[in-house]
Design a binder for this molecule. Structure first.
Ligand SMILES: CC(C)(COP(=O)(O)OP(=O)(O)OC[C@H]1O[C@@H](n2cnc3c(N)ncnc32)[C@H](O)[C@@H]1OP(=O)(O)O)[C@@H](O)C(=O)NCCC(=O)NCCS
Length: 189
């Protein structure tokens, strides 16, 4: 049986593998990736679908500013393993993600994708005409869903990352003695 739950830190490798399978390496060149890079996903809004411990679906949402003064979420990437498609799993992930975003008080969700697919969840380009994603993103693929009526009224300008940065992996403190040792070694070499 397939179940949907919040993503855990131990899911990262399986999620990245699933995204490689679903999108290929081209995923790193997507406009949305510029917004996601080095940012943490919005709290409580990363979902995975699993069956017998195997990850078969993923979706995440990210904090953005949609022009000046308008807070929103950016949804993506959404992916379902090729062996599990056309069984409604993508729709379940979308509905759960939207419901969780609404429950957490978010007012609007943006995404870049096919209106033919995302239209069924209420997404359209109606309110995104004056918004711009970074890079080369066709206007008809920039879609939005308001969770609160009028949340995107007057939204105009660049969509930029607003999430917390991923904590740096570099050590914060290098003891002076270690630096001196390094200098000594390099002089001795
Ligand atoms: C898009 C995706 C998440 C859908 O997952 P899924 O579990 O198959 O979705 P659902 O079962 O809820 O819906 C399947 C329906 O959506 C349609 N669909 C899937 N992708 C579509 C697209 N890009 N545009 C239009 N319709 C699409 C299917 O043809 C199917 O139609 P049907 O119900 O008439 O048979 C999955 O195909 C996927 O991971 N694709 C690769 C990643 C990708 O391209 N994502 C971006 C989409 S813009």
């Amino acid at each position: 049986m397939i179940s949907i739950r919040n993503e855990k830190t131990t899911d990262v490798a399986a999620r990245e593998h699933l995204l490689d399978v679903a999108y290929g390496r081209v995923r790193f060149a997507k406009p949305s990736e510029q917004i996601r890079r080095d940012r943490q996903a919005a709290e409580g809004l990363s979902l995975v679908a699993t069956e017998n411990g195997r990850m078969v679906g993923t979706v995440r949402l990210w904090h953005v500013a949609a022009g000046e003064g308008v807070s929103a979420l950016l949804l993506g990437p959404l992916a379902v393993h090729p062996g599990y498609r056309c069984k409604g799993l993508g729709a379940q992930l979308m509905q759960r993600a939207i419901r969780n975003a609404r429950m957490r008080g978010h007012k609007a969700v943006l995404l870049v994708g096919d209106a033919d697919y995302y239209g069924r969840f209420g997404f359209s380009a109606e309110k995104t005409g004056n918004l711009a994603m970074p890079g080369d993103c066709p206007a008809h693929r920039l879609l939005a869903l308001e969770l609160a009526e009028g949340a995107l009224d007057g939204a105009r300008g660049a969509i930029v990352a607003a999430g917390k940065p991923v904590p740096s992996r570099r050590p914060r403190f290098i003891p002076a003695i270690a630096v001196e040792d390094l200098v000594r070694v390099s002089h001795a070499a």
